[in-house]
Design a protein around this ligand. Sequence first.
Ligand code: SF4
Ligand code: SF4
Length: 355
Amino acid sequence: MDGKTVYYLPYRGEGEESFYKRVAETAEAQGWWDFLQPRQLVGVKTHFGEEGTEGFVSPFFFKLLASSLKKRKVLGFLTETATLYTGHRSNAVEHLQLAYRHGFTYDEVGLPLIMADGLTGDEDVIVPIKGKFYTHVKIASQVAKANALIVVSHMTGHALSGYGGAVKNLGMGCASRKGKLSQHAVAQPVIKTKKCKGCGLCLRWCPRGAIRLEGEKAFIQKEVCIGCGECLTVCRNGAVGFDWGETYERFQEKLTEYAWGVTQALRGKLFYITFLMKVTKDCDCMPAPLSRIVEDMGAVAGRDPIAVDSAALDLVERKAGRPLSEIAHAVPYRVQIEYAKELGFGQPDYRLVEL
Ligand code: SF4
Ligand code: SF4
């Protein structure tokens, strides 16, 4: 399989479990795992979903994947990293407890769970790159030490990166906490006091304790804020704004450089599957009732994360009949793809093979 090839498995309404079975059988039939060798330590990177979310890829799929890896005598493990925000995934203990509640147990899936960045998200490996922003990136240790990585993503919209797919799963999802901080440090929010209802939700999600209530209104201490954007995403009253200027682009370029660094650490031994099911406006970090922005569409897979993301976006937009910025967040959303091409990290031109 060359990097240009992106496999597309359309969802035919057969039910989720049947669809996951078809993906797993297709993976075997098409030799997606032929690049793996017996006894290699292979990470399976996914998102276990924040408390209250439902869009994450089902443990059932990973059970099927585990079975394929075991047949090949591959030593697979599920892996994730800590979040910056103070939800239920900011340290390994709470993160694993949540993953177990969502069904990602060894009994259920058959893969051990190993937090890639340690107990508190600070264990990383420095990977040199030649980017515009970075000469080196800080990648979660256990991802960098793996022999190969299978990146299983859930396509969503995203308030800062426009969309979340393979590149985001790599760049943000495989960065240590310091790496995540560095990517986010580009802009700061402002509270629109007329709209703020003083509900306090943003205080609970702010990873830095940068927000306090003054009277009935949120107030941000600018010297403490790291510009992570969690308050923007979590506020349901439209009371947080960002003076982004060019920072959507800068954030996404930094994210892309981090993703590039992960692929360099793994010397190209990666494979990507992105599910276009339960596509929501926000990513699986946001605890919101499931609300699809487009019908369930299936999955795309390939060896080039840029080709896979590009195909995923095109398919979603074709189905919706509108650009992603009209059905999710009105932000520039193809920067990851365009910048990756400029870096020589991947190619957005793909050959879609429908299976
Ligand atoms: S979440 Fe929004 S409405 Fe609630 S306190 Fe924060 S800014 Fe105000
Ligand atoms: S952008 Fe700043 S104020 Fe908002 S959640 Fe992040 S650190 Fe807190």
